[in-house]
Design a protein around this ligand. Structure first.
Ligand code: RTP
Ligand code: MG
Length: 140
């Protein structure tokens, strides 16, 4: 299986509750390596660009407000089948539907405040990584 990279965000509800380490522990336990990581405060413009695919959805404004409400931790994760592996470790978007042991089941508060983001395909992973990291910030 190919070594892949995926983009992750530890969202404001999780950074606010000091859960970065617990979430990183689940990430590493799933066999993924954190090859880049930084804590940032997203600008409104960055959040709107990042979630542009959802701009017609009723929750878009709320989502952008949430993403800029507190610092986030942006990461690049590397490993075999990293995109699917991370989505499995994250659990379902709505924590009520997430499997036991997943990040969202253990830590998320609601479908909106759901603790993490993970890319959904190789093309989106490449775009999302490039939005937040220069090549020399990623150390594989
Ligand atoms: P993400 O993009 O953050 O990794 O989450 P996802 O793929 O599991 O979910 P997606 O459908 O891409 O939705 C993006 C984010 O929008 C928020 N959301 N709120 N209030 C709502 O009904 C609702 N639905 C989605 C969530 O924060 C979700 O992660
Ligand atoms: Mg998504």
């Amino acid at each position: 299986m190919a070594i892949e990279r995926t983009f992750s965000i530890i969202k404001p509800d999780a950074t606010k509750r000091n859960l970065t380490g617990k979430i990183n522990s689940i990430i590493e336990g799933a066999g993924l390596r954190i090859v880049a990581q930084k804590r940032i405060r997203m600008t409104r413009e960055q959040a709107e660009t990042f979630y542009a695919v959802h701009k017609e959805r009723p929750f878009f404004g709320e989502l952008v407000d949430f993403m800029i409400s507190e610092p986030v931790v942006v990461q690049v994760l590397e490993g075999e089948n990293a995109i699917a592996k991370y989505r499995e470790a994250m659990g379902a978007t709505n924590p009520a539907n997430a499997a036991p042991g997943t990040i969202r089941k253990e830590h998320a508060l609601s479908v909106g405040e759901n603790s993490v983001h993970g890319s959904d395909a190789p093309e989106t992973a490449a775009i999302e990584i490039a939005q937040f990291f220069a090549g020399n910030e990623i150390v594989g």
